[in-house]
Structures are given as C-alpha cells and as structure tokens.
Design a protein around this ligand. Sequence first.
Ligand SMILES: Nc1ncnc2c1ncn2[C@@H]1O[C@H](COP(=O)(O)OP(=O)(O)OP(=O)(O)O)[C@@H](O)[C@H]1O
Ligand SMILES: [Mg+2]
Length: 336
Amino acid sequence: MDLGSSRTRVYIDKKGKVLDEASVAAYNVSENRIIAVGDEAYAMLGKTPDSIQAEYPLSGGVIAQSLLAEDMVNILLKHVCTSKIVMPRVVASIPGDITEVEKRAVVNAISSFGVRRVFLIENTKVAAMGAGADIMGPHGTMVANLGAGTSNAAVLSLGGLSVNKCIKIGGNNMDEDIVKYIRKKYALVIGNPMAEKCKKSIGCLIKPEEEKTFRVKGRDAISGLPRYVDVTSSEIMNVIMETASQIVTLIKDVLEETPPELVGDIYSDGIILTGGLSKIDGFAQLIADSTEIKVTLAENPEDCVINGCGQAISYITEVEKNARSNMDINPLMAAY
Ligand SMILES: Nc1ncnc2c1ncn2[C@@H]1O[C@H](COP(=O)(O)OP(=O)(O)OP(=O)(O)O)[C@@H](O)[C@H]1O
Ligand SMILES: [Mg+2]
C-alpha cells in the first residue's frame, strides 16, 4: 500500500495495482459519518455545503487526521479486498524522516482493516525497486521520489540507505503558489484543485518551446462574480520555480553527503526520478542542469512506489523466518 498525501494506491500480490484513488474523505459534519472516499470525495473538494466537509487526511506524507485516515483506508480496502484472507499481510511505504508516532499512525490505519502484520519500507527504496534498479548489489543507486506533500532523495547500496533525506515540500506547494499568484495578480479567487489542473496541463520548469495557455476559472475577489483568466506556461513556470529549486537543493544535499565510492556509481548511472511530480515538463532537465549528472525519468513514475511495494512482498517470508544471515540485506525496515 502507498498511502500518499494526494493518492492512495494498492497492489495485490500476483494481481498488480488494483486501486489508485485520491486520498480524500468526505463526511457529514453533524452526524460524523463518512459519505465518500477516494476520487468520489475528491470531486467534492471546494464544492461542499456547510454540512459536508471533504478533506485530505494526510499532509506532508504523514497522517494528520488519524480517524479520518483509518475510515478512508478501510473503505478503500473494502473496495478491492472482498475477502480479508486475501490480504493478511501488508507492505506499506513511508517517507524518510518519519517519527515513531507517525509510523504507528500508518500501522494503526492499515491494521484496523483486520490485517495480521504491517511491514514498513522507506518510499525511496521501493521507488528504486519499482523503477527497475538493482538495490541489493554493492553499487550506488540514487533516486528522487517527488510527490504531492513530500520530496525524498536517497542513495542506496546493498539493500540499505546510505543517505536518505526528505522535505515536506512537493506538488501541493506549487498548487498553493499558483492560488496565491492568481489572487494577487488577477484578483481572482481559485481553489487548489483548479491550480493543480493548471500545473498539470501547462506547468513546466524549462523555457517552453511553444507557449501554452490555460483558462483558470474562479470568483472575482472584489465583485464576487464568476470570472476567468488565461495564463501562460512561462508565467506558471516562474510561479512554481521557487518550490522546484528547494527540491533541487535537497538532491544536491544528498549528493554532498554521499560517500565518495558511491558518488562514482551515481556519476556513471545518473539519478532516477520517480513520483507524480517528476512528470512536470522539464523537471528532469532542470535537475540535470543543476547537478551536472544524467537524470532518467522512470517509466510511469507515479507507480514506482506501489510497484516496488509489490516486489517487496517477496521479502516478507524472509523477515518472518527471521533468517539472521539475510536480515542485513532485507529492504523491509520494520514489522508491526
Ligand atoms: N502530469 C503531471 N504534471 C505535473 N504534476 C503532476 C502530474 N501528474 C501528477 N502530478 C503531481 O504529482 C503529485 C502527486 O504525486 P504522487 O502521486 O507521487 O504523490 P503522493 O504519493 O500522493 O504524495 P507524497 O508521496 O508526497 O505523500 C501531485 O502534486 C500532482 O499534482
Ligand atoms: Mg508518494
């Protein structure tokens, strides 16, 4: 399971990815009753009457509202696991720099579904596995997993993390920057989902070859009436560049801390980019230009973490047998 700030994905052994929905839950405020989760709840964001609230239970890669997260996970899992016996053990990815309390919240949210055991694994490890890298050998692999609430970068070798850093900065910050910019420049109030659509459709991080435009629709800040403006890709590039620069700095920080022997491998193999945000036009180029290292965008970058979790299932038996000799190179970090 990849319980992300913006999307929740589920992979079942031998079946593959069976669920990919927004990490959103909508509930009736007075009755405290969930009325929708996933994509259905996402469609309600910003459109709910006073009696209904639609929210993301995760923020910055960690659970911010535990009861809501638990309900959301339960309902989503019920959609795909018709029989509980099908899924007695779960591998779940977590961001780097997560506290014990935050880990426990992930375990609780998942185990409330009736799961026997939860195994946690850092998302950079699974991202590298899902991108097809061999992380078990004595060879350095660098991966950057860029999501909605977090950006993670790591160097792996021998199944472990040599360096792993995480910042609570990602696609959501870009969306917020777009909301603020549109309000300030055009006196137009828009919601985060509109800003996200704009980012996905025309956002870029290198000078675009041909200028694209996007129609942002919202409410006039003064008259309160509906209005729209057409914005260009260069305009949006300037707005989201600040957040992108912080992500580039994270990658440089990881490179600076990488042991010299592993840096050599990274110079020859390059950096692997995964996560939904890495799909933004020109991100790979921006990172390559700033670090002078080759950058490869993984195939289906948004699915690398969940596909890697699927691969990590094969290590569960090893952990359960507690085979000491192999534990050192087992990528699963903890079992609860
Ligand atoms: N084609 C695209 N262009 C630009 N941004 C995109 C594109 N597709 C997805 N994104 C952005 O990627 C982010 C989602 O990525 P991902 O699914 O990896 O995040 P997550 O796992 O939910 O979050 P996190 O790992 O931070 O908890 C969102 O901010 C989304 O707007
Ligand atoms: Mg993620």
